[in-house]
Design a protein around this ligand. Sequence first.
Ligand code: ADP
Ligand code: ZN
Length: 287
Amino acid sequence: MIIGAIETGGTKFVCGVGNEKGEILERVSFPTETPEITLAKVVEFFKDKNIERLGIGSFGPIDVNPNSKTYGYITKTPKLAWTDCDVVGYLKKYFDIPMFFDTDVNGAALGEATWGAAKGLSNCLYLTIGTGIGGGALVSGKLVHGMLHPEMGHILIKRHPEDNYEGKCPFHKDCLEGMASGPAIEGRWGVKGHELPVDHKAWDIEAYYLAQGLVNFILTLSPEKIILGGGVMKQSQLFPKIRAKVIELLKGYVQTKEILENIDDYIVYPELGDNAGLLGALALTLQ
Ligand code: ADP
Ligand code: ZN
């Protein structure tokens, strides 16, 4: 089967053609402009590819409820030109094929569970720590949706005792995203994350916040694997700090071998690399 995949991002769109084995045969990417310009480029790319299905992993918030009038829309986004944009409706005018629309992070969770770090598992969590923080979860083999879709970046957390940064989230200031996203690191220290030394105190504070997030997700979703991606996680010294903090904060309450014996293999980096977004969108079409 020839499958189309789209990763919509706030800065770039990636389109690809692949198959059910998770092979990407062709890909292009272009900057995200207005919907009119960008979606026209998407149509142009796919028009002679004979795709039989199309998966779309999108930045949000989006409407993923098939019974809703605005299913397939990007809804209330800070990227204003895209507010209330009917992405699926637009593409359906050109391609009369099944379309699968979900958050980029739900796609990433499913892609990793199909071909990557959580291969074969029915329960996993994918969290991206980049410009924002977002999470996608596979629970009992199904992606979590519900009333909207999870917005795991905006959970409330305890402040680090030595941190008086006000927080970067435009809605909540000091939620998880407000304290631990890439822009929050830059706001707190005055330089971008990649410019801070690996032994800077910033990374202990960062790990403290991310570990709190993970503890909450472990306690609510019970994932069998946690995958941490996004630009900030390129700081690989964060992994041992986060693992240690998770164990400390759980205080022995969750007695599983994943946490007590195998935490290095429980909280891990993504395995799908540069094609993660596209493979996530591809995986959405195979559910
Ligand atoms: P996006 O979230 O926009 O899709 P990224 O996941 O690359 O993109 O996240 C970008 C954010 O991650 C920026 O705030 C940037 O400063 C931060 N970032 C990117 N690379 C690194 C790095 N090596 N170390 C620390 N922070 C980084
Ligand atoms: Zn918030």
